[in-house]
Ligand binder design. Structure first.
Ligand SMILES: [Zn+2]
Length: 680
């Protein structure tokens, strides 16, 4: 794939371009080269930049609406190619797209991917110091940056807001948009800042999510509505006329077979799935220790398996993730920390070793199987212990409001923060030590802090990687007179000075891999060198760390002022309860097709039984008419299908469908109900 337009293309666009671009271009500015994309169609940008010939279902509709300046909410299933939907229009417009996402790993991956293609993209997340954020924002504002990725809690900081007027924002992109809804399974109060952002930024919104029930979808649109619409609704008392374009692709995954097993021998069942289904797999578990045990069990049974959870250091995690992605590790046993933002098309099975807390989470995790369209399995193993556990969890997840308020005050005490101070502070929070100090139950504290996050008092980022930082503490001129005991140290100092201009003024984040390559040492040798140089008082060295961070949204409130609404508390508790109940219904269902059940939950009423889930296969699921089945097959392919696709689906489905399906299909086409087959 070419990174830039080739020379001939460039000349062609050069002629068509306007004066401003010409000027910038003569200065050799990268962004000016990129602004040539403005003269291309969306399809040409896709081809040039991603190398694809055509868009996937829904992508072009979303891009068209965004380019027309409409606010868009797109509900695209996992693996539906979300990033293309905002990256293409952003490249076609001047300015930068502000991308709000809570997923730091995804942020890093996408920024890396864009930078690799010569497109300037920058990210800001909660692990960065104020100086680093300032530097990044400055860079975003004045260096032709096309994408600024931001974690939501940054939006309301004074620093970020001070840059709003100089950032030329083309689109506000809201990834994981369901996080803005209280009714969603993953509400994050920081997301509410995005609505407030619209007061200051006049740019259309592109909101994206993989899972939203109709209620959540409506809530997302109202909360992201233009400020005028919100004000008008407040005055009139009517619902918000948000004016969003809602684009929703079908949730059907025709190649994914949902299987549910009630069993007391989960390991035995898991073993037979791993032996019976070839190719890569993911096994989800809730508990870190059990991940380790299960991986060991699979290894002992001769499978290629490894475990992954947020307790591992970042290096090990990225090594394991890469090995799994390459196929060197076949099966990953993990907590839900694994999988977000990882695009591996050929995952053949996803096994859940227990019942997840919500259909949203389940659908997303199970949906990581079979993105390449080939037959894949989503297996859920459960027994009565899981039900008991889920009910217990429900109790723990909502500690009493008194307890939550107590944790609020003690948290400030723990860090020695007096009343009426503390706003904007970022605290390395050791949950274990805190719970021990006050004799609290660790899980209850965890959920109490999570609740305080919901109520907008703070942001709680768990298991954040804090990168290695270095600052040179010796004066630049004096540096050459220092006698360093190890020749590698001189190389390292040189590399640090060349690579990190700010290093004399404040601790900067350094890339250990690049430094070790530069100096011809291993990463562990590099760390020893850095440590020894800090002993020589040449540098200040802050080693990489892995911990949880609390970010305070306002000054410490006095007792009685920590407004926690009992009404809201019980609503949230009810919504949580409903999700758990829906999940319990899913596993204990006896006659509704599994796919049908999940689609119905997401508001898609008209769908035919899938024909390949455990209930369809056993003949227990209510049968579909051949017409219904054909319609849902065509719909799941976005209306673009070939007769071969349908034939294959027909052969793998065991539904008692009419053998004369071709003539039924012809009737449906002739009466205009279905589009004719295309060659795609
Ligand atoms: Zn089914």
């Amino acid at each position: 794939m070419t990174n830039f337009l080739n020379h001939a293309n460039l000349l062609f666009f050069y002629k068509k371009s306007n004066k401003k671009s010409l000027l910038l271009c003569q200065r050799g500015n990268i962004s000016a080269l990129l602004s040539f994309y403005r003269w291309m169609t969306a399809g040409e940008v896709l081809k040039e930049y991603w190398g694809y010939d055509s868009f996937r279902p829904m992508q072009s509709e979303i891009i068209d609406a965004a380019l027309q300046g409409k606010d868009v909410l797109a509900i695209l299933p996992t693996g539906g190619g979300k990033s293309v939907c905002f990256q293409v229009p952003a490249l076609m417009k001047d300015g930068l797209a502000l991308v709000v996402t809570p997923l730091i790993a995804l942020m890093k991956d996408q920024v890396q991917g864009l930078n690799d293609r010569g497109i300037k993209a920058i990210f800001i997340h909660s692990g960065m110091s104020r100086r680093e954020v300032d530097l990044a924002l400055n860079n975003a504002a004045y260096s032709g940056c096309k994408f600024l990725y931001v974690s939501p809690e940054r939006l309301n900081t004074a620093l970020f807001r001070s840059y709003l007027d100089v950032l030329d924002i083309s689109f506000i992109v809201v990834d994981e948009a369901h996080c803005i809804s209280q009714w969603g399974y993953d509400f994050r109060p920081d997301y509410l800042q995005i609505g407030r952002l619209r007061e200051r930024v006049d740019a259309p919104v592109i909101a994206l999510t993989a899972t939203a029930t109709p209620r959540v979808a409506e809530d997302i649109q109202c909360r992201l509505a233009r400020p005028e619409a919100v004000r008008a609704a407040q005055v009139s008392g009517k619902p918000v006329a948000h004016g969003f374009t809602l684009l929703k692709s079908g949730f059907e995954r025709p190649n994914l077979s949902y299987i549910v097993r009630n069993t007391d021998d989960k390991l035995g069942q898991l073993s037979s799935v791993c032996a019976g289904v070839l190719g890569s797999g993911i096994v989800y578990m809730r508990n870190r220790r059990k991940c380790e045990e299960t991986a060991a069990f699979l290894k002992a049974a001769g499978h290629s398996a490894e475990y992954y959870h947020a307790g591992l250091d970042s290096r090990t995690r990225s090594e394991r993730q890469a090995a799994w992605k390459k196929g060197d590790i076949r099966i990953m046993v993990c907590t839900n920390a694994f999988g977000m933002g990882i695009d591996k098309p050929d995952v053949r099975f996803v096994v859940h070793m227990g019942v997840p807390e919500s259909p949203e989470a389940y659908f997303q995790e199970a949906g990581r199987a079979g993105r390449d369209g080939l037959r894949s399995y989503a297996v859920l193993l459960w027994n009565s212990a899981d039900i008991r556990h889920l009910h217990q969890l429900e109790g723990v997840s909502f500690p009493s409001l008194e307890f939550i308020e107590d944790v609020y005050q003690k948290l400030h005490l723990f860090f020695g923060i007096p009343y009426d101070t503390g706003i904007g502070r970022q605290l390395k929070f050791d949950l274990e030590a805190f719970s021990k100090e006050y004799g609290f139950n660790r899980a209850s504290v965890h959920y109490a802090v999570k609740y305080l996050e919901r109520e907008d008092h703070l942001t709680f980022s768990e298991d954040v990687d804090i990168d290695t930082r270095v600052m040179i503490v010796v004066d630049r001129n004096a540096l050459y007179d220092i006698d360093l005991p190890d020749p590698h140290m001189a190389d390292l100092l040189d590399a640090l000075m060349r690579g990190y201009p700010g290093i004399f003024s404040f601790p900067v984040q350094v890339d250990e891999d690049a430094l070790s390559r530069n100096c011809g040492v291993s990463v562990s040798q590099l760390r020893i060198l850095l440590y020894n140089m800090s002993l020589e008082h040449v540098i200040k060295y802050i080693p990489a760390d892995h911990s949880s961070v609390v970010f305070l949204h306002h000054d410490r409130l006095r007792p009685g002022n920590v407004a926690l609404s009992p009404a809201k508390y019980s609503q949230l508790k009810d919504a949580y309860h409903d999700r758990v109940e829906a999940m319990l219904e899913y596993v204990s269902e006896t006659d509704e097709c599994r796919a049908h059940f999940l689609l119905r939950y997401f508001g898609q009423e008209e769908s035919a039984p899938c024909g390949t889930c455990d209930l369809c296969r056993s003949g227990a699921a209510r049968p579909a008419s051949t017409e219904e089945w054909l319609c849902s097959q065509v719909k799941s392919r976005g209306g673009k299908y070939s007769l071969m696709d349908i034939r294959q689906a027909y052969e793998s489905a065991q539904l008692g469908l009419s053998p004369d399906w071709t003539s039924i299909l012809r009737d449906l086409i002739e009466s205009g109900i279905l589009p004719p087959p295309s060659s795609v």
